[in-house]
Write a protein that binds this ligand. Structure first.
Ligand code: C2E
Ligand code: MG
Ligand code: MG
Ligand code: MG
Length: 283
C-alpha cells in the first residue's frame, strides 16, 4: 500500500520508528514460534540470608532465537504482554516452577527451598489464572509456602478489590506474594496494608546507587523500615558488591539477591551448585 502511494506521499513513520516497529514485529513472531516449540528456558537465581545461605530462588526466563540471538526479558516480556503471548508463556513458567518444586521434594537439601516466579499484570488479570495455579499446585502435590509469586505495583492501579480477592484465594492455596521492584511504581501506602503480601523487594536501582546517592539510601532505609512496621519480609535486589551488602545489613536488611551471590543459571546447573555448596558447608 505504501508503495502504491508513490514517492510523493505522506510518510506515516520516520525511519527510526519504522525500525522499532519492525523489530517488535520480528520479535513477536519469533517469540510465538519459540513458545510453540518450547524454546524458552528457565534460569534460577539464588536469594540468601545474612549468613549467605541460600534460602530461596527466583525463576527468570531466557530466550535465544536462532536468527535474532539472545533477547533479554526486558525486551521480550513487554512484547509478550502486549501481544497476549504472556498467557502461554506464563502458563509454561508456572508449570516449570511447580515441576521443579516437585523434583526438589525428593532432595533433602532442596525440599524446603521456595521458588519465586514473576507474574505480569495481564497474566494476573486473566480469568483462568487462579484455577491454573491451583491445578499446577495440586498436580505437583506441593506443601504450602513453596510457590511464590512476584507481582509489581503496576498490577495494583486498577481494581484493587479484585486483585486482593484473587491474592487471598491464592494465599489460601499456600501461595506467597512478593512485591517486585518496590519503590519504582505507583503503589500507595494505603494499598500496601490491604494486600496479603509476604515480602517487599527493594528495586535494584536503589541498591545500585545507594552508596553514592543519599536519596537512594534514604529510600532504601525507608522501605526496610516500612516492611518492618507492616510485618513484611524484605529483600534487596541487585546486590553486586560487598560494600552494598554491608551497608544493607547495617540498615537492617537480612535477605539479598544479586550477582554477588550468583548470576541466574540453568535449573540443572543451579541445583548442582546448590547441592555441592550445601554439602561443603555442613562441616
Ligand atoms: P525482576 O523480576 O526484577 O528480576 C531481576 C532482574 O535483575 C533479572 O533480570 C536479573 O537477572 C537481574 N539481576 C539479578 N541480580 C543482579 C545484579 O546483581 N545486578 C544487575 N545489574 N542485575 C541483576 P532479567 O532476568 O533480565 O529479567 C528482567 C525482568 O524481566 C525481571 O525483573 C522481570 O520483571 C521480567 N521477567 C523475567 N522473567 C520473567 C517471567 O518468567 N515472567 C514475567 N512476567 N516477567 C519476567
Ligand atoms: Mg522478580
Ligand atoms: Mg525486580
Ligand atoms: Mg523488573
Amino acid at each position: 500500500e505504501a508503495k502504491a502511494q508513490g514517492g510523493g506521499s505522506i510518510r506515516f513513520f520516520n525511519p527510526i520508528m519504522h525500525e522499532t516497529i519492525s523489530r517488535r514485529m520480528l520479535i513477536e513472531s519469533a517469540l510465538r514460534r519459540a513458545v510453540q516449540h518450547q524454546e524458552l528456558e528457565a534460569y534460577l537465581q539464588p536469594q540468601v540470608n545474612e549468613h549467605g545461605e541460600v534460602i530461596a530462588a527466583e525463576l527468570l526466563l531466557r530466550w535465544t532465537d536462532p536468527d535474532l540471538g539472545t533477547i533479554c526479558p526486558a525486551e521480550f516480556i513487554p512484547i509478550a504482554e502486549a501481544s497476549g503471548l504472556i498467557i502461554p508463556i506464563g502458563t509454561w513458567v508456572i508449570e516449570q516452577a511447580c515441576r521443579t518444586l516437585r523434583d526438589w521434594q525428593q532432595i533433602d537439601a532442596l525440599k524446603h527451598i521456595p521458588l519465586a516466579v514473576n507474574i505480569s499484570p495481564r497474566q494476573f488479570r486473566h480469568g483462568g489464572f487462579v484455577a491454573q495455579v491451583e491445578h499446577c499446585l495440586l498436580e505437583a502435590h506441593l506443601p504450602e509456602g513453596l510457590l511464590e509469586l512476584e507481582i509489581t505495583e503496576g498490577m495494583l492501579i486498577d481494581n484493587i478489590d479484585v486483585t486482593v480477592k484473587r491474592m487471598c484465594k491464592l494465599g489460601d492455596l499456600g501461595v506467597r506474594f512478593s512485591l517486585d521492584d518496590f519503590g519504582t511504581g505507583y503503589a500507595s501506602l494505603a494499598y500496601l496494608k490491604k494486600l496479603p503480601l509476604y515480602q517487599l523487594k527493594i528495586d535494584q536501582s536503589f541498591v545500585r546507587d545507594m552508596l553514592t546517592d543519599a536519596n537512594d539510601e534514604v529510600i532504601t532505609k525507608t522501605i526496610i523500615g516500612l516492611a518492618e512496621n507492616l510485618n513484611f519480609s524484605v529483600i534487596a535486589e541487585g546486590v553486586e558488591t560487598v560494600k552494598q551488602l554491608e551497608h544493607l545489613k547495617a540498615l537492617g536488611c537480612k535477605k539479598f539477591q544479586g550477582y554477588l551471590f550468583g548470576k541466574p543459571a540453568p535449573i540443572v546447573e543451579w541445583q548442582q551448585r546448590f547441592i555441592e555448596s550445601s554439602t561443603l558447608s555442613v562441616e
